[in-house]
Ligand binder design. Structure first.
Ligand SMILES: [Zn+2]
Length: 274
């Protein structure tokens, strides 16, 4: 069973979709449950604003969600050399339900919490399904981190890895990281260890960018083999700094200093890619 961890993800899609105005709790008309495959259960909460009244739309969403999850499951099983065991629940909410669910964290376009991935259904057109695919890929990484590390992976590591794997980069990351580096230095990694919801809203995109930058550095230097070792260390009960040293061979503090130096080089190079 997955332990409770709260991870909010991906700062962009909801804001771009114009959400945020609704504040009253929408009325639930029905709750339907399905099994997408042996490991993934699906819950759909329908309300007056849901795009899932129509059976054909519901079929498209179910089929797409199943395809996207099987796809990322196979990718990560290959990368991390493991067979998933824990079940994953997927909860699809209407926009209004979702907004009610996430409350103040309006920058989050999907959530993984306690073994459940929750995403809003924006529609069944190609763009909306592409957003859902990206969200499911991102959230499924959290599910795998939880399974392999017994939910002990620091938030910055999970968010960096999830962004590395989810798909094309969020366009808000580069400017946010540039501003963060121009006005000071990296955010303290200790501040990014237990989730980003306590951060000032203006620091959230920079926190995601820094996480991505750091984990990309880890992948380039140590590969996914190092990450597998890190998860195993965390899962066996090592504290995060010991796990880091044992998996990657250097103290985390030394790594953080190196990331800071590389980030300054990245900034001065004018490189607009993360
Ligand atoms: Zn995330």
């Amino acid at each position: 069973m997955l332990a409770c961890s709260l991870v909010f993800c991906g700062p962009v899609a909801i804001a771009e979709s114009g959400l945020g105005a609704e504040s009253s709790s929408p009325q639930v008309l029905s709750e339907k449950r399905y099994s997408l495959d042996r490991r993934v259960s699906l819950k759909i909460i329908d309300d007056l604003s849901s795009p899932l009244y129509e059976m054909e739309q519901l079929r498209v969403v179910k089929r797409s969600a199943g395809t996207y999850l099987r796809e990322i499951e196979a990718e990560l099983a290959r990368v991390f050399h493991y067979t998933p065991e824990n079940g994953v629940s997927l909860s699809l909410l209407s926009r209004a339900q979702y907004q009610d669910y996430i409350g103040a964290a309006s920058w989050a376009n999907a959530v993984f919490f306690g073994g459940m991935i929750t995403v809003p259904v924006l529609g069944v057109d190609a763009r909306s399904l592409a957003v859902m695919r990206r969200s499911l890929r991102h959230e499924y990484v959290h599910a795998v981190c939880a399974e392999l590390s017994d939910s002990k992976t620091p938030a910055w590591f999970e968010e960096g890895l999830a962004q590395l794997i989810e798909g094309p980069r969020n366009p808000r990351l580069v400017p946010a990281f540039q501003i963060q580096l121009q006005t000071g230095s990296l955010l303290p990694f200790s501040q990014l260890a237990s989730g980003f919801t306590a951060l000032p809203k203006e620091s959230v995109a920079a926190a995601y960018a820094q996480s991505l930058f750091a984990v990309r550095t880890i992948v380039n230097r140590f590969g996914f083999t190092g990450i597998r070792k890190y998860f195993a260390q965390l899962s066996s009960g090592s504290n995060p700094s010991t796990a880091f040293k044992n998996a990657f061979g250097i103290p985390q503090s030394e790594f953080e200093t190196a990331v800071g130096e590389q980030a300054i080089l990245w900034l001065s190079s004018g490189n607009a890619v993360l």
